[in-house]
Design a protein around this ligand. Structure first.
Ligand SMILES: *Cc1c(COP(=O)(O)O)cnc(C)c1O
Length: 430
């Protein structure tokens, strides 16, 4: 009898989200856990889904969209440069690449810059720098921190101090060992005759928003000087004015006279560098800036005129509009508000921390929040889903932390709207 049942009529309303998701489930490698949102366009701090619903974007494409969406200056820079030259290869010189390198050096210190296409690739360059530095002496080992994140290439997952990114991809690329973060004595104790560099994030982002202490940064610098190691910083997420200074170490060490002249030996950048246009870079301090000589390192798309023209424009807008000050002022306000939420709703929120516009809200465990206990998904995912229902995009970090990484030109009114929506969701869970 079954074959006589007529099939149901096609739905009258074409569900665009479902049709987009269908394309993904058929044709896109399922390596990402995605939320049930299909986004179509944006403007400023807002994005719209395919059904036309508007969201306040406090995730900023994971710290990428530093000027928000569809910024006219970026659109104009893209259009203007694309009429001249998109790409020529690094067999030749182009002015935008040279000018962008000069701008980055001016903000960091004497040294040179290599351009690439992503954060993982920028870190990969730092690994090669370290190996080249130690090669004659047979030193190659790089120490990185527990809970760190350095990208998803084979060397990136070996460097990352989280088991979940390594699982299933063994054997790991040799030459990486992990040390507890913010623990100077552990760093000293972990050194071996093969150690050549220490790499850390100024603020661990994926690891749950954990800033380095000034003492840790200064202590690592002294240790690296003493043992002739390179001190490398991963500024991919916490850099580009996210903390109110160009790099997080500059902000963390503010008001420390003994930090005068502190510089790492290498620093990786990506995420916000192109304001949404994909690019990465690493800076090398002057004494080591010529270690990677002709023929030692390369990438086809590194520093194209298009990418560099956009990145130059992003820096120009940040400087002209004093967005560093905006990040400081609004970031302080946001953190105060998040701390108030942690105090008011201790059964839902355990802690609030961060610097500038890299902020984290640590939730209670899934089992401790009755509304979350029944579902399998971790608290951070369930909370993020509820924020989406409330019309706000936030980014989970691990199982229990919610990250805010808004554009640097976030407006006070938008910050206020974000906090009141977050409070609404917390209240509904308390
Ligand atoms: C995102 C991130 C990376 C990796 O950058 P990709 O562009 O995804 O390769 C590396 N380090 C840190 C700290 C990051 O946040």
């Amino acid at each position: 009898m079954k074959e006589m049942v007529p099939s149901p009529p096609p739905p009258l309303v074409h569900n665009q989200f479902e049709s987009v998701r269908e394309l993904f489930s058929r044709h896109v490698v399922p390596s990402y856990g995605r939320f049930n949102l299909a986004l179509s366009h944006g403007t400023g701090t807002h994005v719209f889904d395919v059904a036309g619903r508007r969201y306040l974007d406090l995730g900023g494409g994971i710290a990428v969209c530093c000027l928000g969406h569809a910024h006219p200056a970026i659109t104009e820079a893209l259009a203007a440069q694309s009429r001249k030259l998109l790409h020529v290869s690094n067999l030749y010189y182009t002015e935008p690449q040279g000018r962008l390198a000069a701008e980055l050096v001016r903000r960091l210190g004497a040294g040179k810059v290599f351009f690439c296409n992503s954060g993982a690739e920028a870190n990969e360059g730092l690994f090669k720098l370290a190996r080249k530095f130690g090669n004659d002496e047979g030193r190659f080992e790089i120490l990185t921190a527990t809970n760190s994140f350095h990208g998803r290439t084979l060397a990136g997952i070996a460097a990352t101090g989280q088991d979940k990114v390594k699982k299933g991809f063994e054997p790991m690329t040799p030459g990486f060992r992990h040390i507890p973060y913010n623990d100077l004595a552990a760093a000293r104790a972990a050194l071996s005759p093969a150690t050549v560099a220490i790499l850390i994030e100024g603020i661990q982002g994926e690891g749950g928003v954990a800033p380095a202490t000034p003492e840790y940064l200064l202590g690592l610098r002294a240790l690296c000087d003493e043992k002739r190691l390179l001190l490398l910083l991963d500024g991919v997420q916490d850099g580009h004015y996210r903390t109110g200074r160009f790099q997080s170490f500059q902000r963390i060490l503010e008001g420390r006279p003994e930090a005068g002249g502190f510089l790492p030996d290498g620093l990786s950048m990506a995420k916000a560098l192109g304001g949404g246009f994909p690019m990465g870079a690493f800076w090398v301090r002057a004494p080591f800036a010529d270690l990677l000589g002709p023929g030692t390192h390369a990438t086809t798309f590194g520093g194209t005129p298009l990418a560099c023209a956009v990145a130059l424009k992003v820096l120009e807008v940040i400087e002209r509009e004093r967005l560093d000050e905006n990040v400081r002022k609004l970031g302080e306000w946001l953190l105060r508000e998040l701390k108030r939420l942690a105090e008011t709703y201790p059964s839902v929120v355990r802690d609030a921390r961060g610097l500038g516009f890299l902020l984290g809200l640590e939730l209670a465990g899934k089992e401790e929040i009755p509304a979350f206990a029944a579902e399998e998904k971790p608290a951070a995912i369930q909370f993020t889903n509820r924020m989406h229902q409330a019309g706000v995009l936030v980014v989970p970090a691990g199982a229990r932390v919610i990250r805010l990484l808004p554009p640097l030109n976030l407006k006070p009114l938008e910050a206020g709207e974000g906090i009141s929506k977050i409070e609404e969701v917390i209240k509904s869970l308390a």
